[in-house]
Design a protein around this ligand. Structure first.
Ligand SMILES: NC(=O)C1=CN([C@@H]2O[C@H](COP(=O)(O)OP(=O)(O)OC[C@H]3O[C@@H](n4cnc5c(N)ncnc54)[C@H](O)[C@@H]3O)[C@@H](O)[C@H]2O)[C@H](O)CC1
Ligand SMILES: [K+]
Length: 494
């Protein structure tokens, strides 16, 4: 089962792996033609009704695969309005191939019946797929009513036009779907649906036979993080200060650099406001690193149980807490982490010395734990050489903890109870001190704008990418401070 958003991510990841969309479209079109052959013998009349996006493009490809059928290709709208290069290329290919095609500028001109007045044997609905938003507009709206009024067997490409693939509901909102264009939400009533790559949550509830076609998306496009995972993590151009994330880093004491690196990374990863709660002994030094940070000094030289209330009230003002960088491992610190997490109900990234408290603390917080393999074992988790085997062990442990895990290594494993993903960006130079602090801060910033699993997956991906860029510049001399400033470039989704 795959949602529309995840499908878009996987599609982009496939392209990054060298399998571009046009190649997928060729497979999709082939699969549509196979479905036509399953319901009608050669010689049958087949009307392909194509929208101007890639859903339409799939049917333009299918036309080439339907030799021996009496095919008509109708494009709804002007050819100049075709929205993607790959769909346009397939439209153009029909002309050179002398496959008849027609652009229907006015939907009232869509005539599904043949010269003898008969309905076609098959209508292929390729008007709109996963790119739909809102209820069907013209000319698709009237065309949907014409398709529904026809006696033909209707095969929908990917999803019936006008239906939300995630929910099965009409995109026009609640209410009955109607064949009447004048009232209610309109959607195509399909007899069959050929959908691609994986089942879609909304198709089950339809009264249609659903075929899932393998279109050649490699398993690696789902298994590994990729640029597609960044889709949708954009800054809203209309947002106000604070809406892109407020992060509180709690750390420092024995160390000064660690909480600072986390905080700077959180800022570069897109957080609007980043505060550092640290012992007063290091507060000046942390502030000295950057005027962009808000520093909250806690009395003394170690974070301890006496600070739990103060940190809790600071945490309540933020979207995410990053707990652990440079905290150190003293008894008082451990007691603080325990006390803080017991009462905390928000979202936190837990790193370094704070990790060992997690397995036996009773908390309602939503945690993203970022151990390396040694720390994972210290927490009671298991590891294995082979990445897939390791992924399954980490997933089981995440389910047991009921938190998300990001286990750092040459190949990182990101997991929650529902699944696991691998990340292979990064390089051996990143074993230098401080890169883990950068990662924790980055994941913290992302966790303010997306769910924990995705924050961890994207965080691992972009920090690895920033590290790869740093290694290119500095080779084995890479240091952690090279990374934060490279995050914005690493977060571009290409
Ligand atoms: N990996 C894959 O998933 C592949 C999918 N393929 C097919 O591509 C479509 C999705 O294509 P896309 O171009 O993104 O969108 P659509 O064709 O669905 O929509 C295009 C266009 O329509 C306009 N529009 C949006 N909402 C409405 C509306 N309510 N009424 C009218 N018009 C609307 C809008 O401007 C959109 O841009 C997917 O379903 C598959 O069929 C490829 O084959 C590659 C692999
Ligand atoms: K469709």
């Amino acid at each position: 089962m795959i949602t529309t958003d995840r499908m878009a991510a996987v599609d982009a990841n496939a392209a990054a792996l060298g399998v571009p969309r046009k190649q997928l479209m060729e497979s999709s079109g082939n699969a549509v033609a196979r479905e036509v052959r399953a319901v009608a013998d050669p010689g049958a009349t087949v009307a392909l009704v194509c929208g101007r996006g890639n859903n339409g493009g799939d049917a333009l490809v299918a036309a080439r695969f339907l030799k021996g059928y009496d095919v008509t290709v109708s494009l709804l709208g002007r050819p100049e309005a075709i929205r993607t290069d790959i769909a346009r290329e397939n439209w153009d290919a029909l002309e050179s191939a002398e496959i008849p095609r027609e652009a229907v500028a006015d939907s009232r001109g869509l005539n599904l019946t043949g010269p003898d007045g008969d309905d076609p044997d098959v209508v292929v609905d390729a008007m709109l797929g996963s790119g739909i938003s809102g209820g069907l507009r013209e000319p698709e709206r009237t065309a949907a009513a014409a398709i529904n009024a026809s006696d033909a067997t209707v095969i929908a490409v990917d999803v019936p036009s006008g239906i939300d693939a995630d929910t099965g509901d009409p995109t026009g909102g609640s209410g009955e779907t109607s064949v009447d264009a004048d009232e209610g939400a309109v959607a195509v009533h399909a007899d069959r649906v050929v959908t691609f790559h994986d089942e879609k949550p909304g198709l089950d509830s339809l009264d249609a036979a659903v075929t899932v076609a393998d279109i050649g998306i490699p398993a690696a496009a789902e298994r590994f993080t990729g640029p597609g995972d960044l889709l949708g993590i954009d800054r809203d151009p209309d947002s106000h200060k604070g809406e892109n994330g407020e992060v509180l880093v709690v750390g420092g004491g024995p160390y000064t650099g660690a909480p600072t690196l986390s905080a700077l990374a959180a800022l570069r990863a897109g957080a609007d406001l980043v505060s550092v709660a640290c012992p007063e002994s290091v507060a000046g030094a942390v502030q000295g690193f950057s005027p962009n940070l808000i520093v909250r000094a806690l009395p003394g030289d170690r974070v301890g149980p006496a600070h739990a209330d103060r940190v809790a009230s600071l945490a309540a003002e933020n979207d995410v807490v990053v707990l652990g960088p440079g905290l150190g491992g003293g008894d008082g610190t451990e007691a603080f982490v325990r006390e803080f997490l017991t009462a905390f109900e928000g979202r936190a990234v837990v790193d370094a010395d704070a990790l060992r408290v997690v397995p036996d603390v009773d908390t309602d917080a939503e945690l993203i734990c970022t151990p390396h393999q040694g720390e994972l074992v210290g927490m009671g988790g298991e590891t294995a050489e082979e990445p897939d085997e390791r992924a399954e062990l980490v997933r089981e442990f995440a389910a047991e903890l009921d938190h998300a895990l990001l286990v750092k290594g040459a190949v990182d494993v990101i997991a929650d109870a529902d699944g696991a993903r691998l990340n292979r960006t990064g390089n051996p130079g990143m074993t230098v001190g401080g890169t883990g602090d950068v990662l924790a801060g980055t994941v913290g910033a992302l966790a303010a704008v997306t769910d924990p699993f995705r924050a961890a997956a994207v965080g691992a991906y972009v920090v690895g990418r920033a590290g790869d860029a740093a290694a290119e510049a500095n080779g084995a001399g890479l240091v952690a401070t090279d990374l934060p400033d490279r995050l914005p470039e690493a977060m571009r989704n290409e």
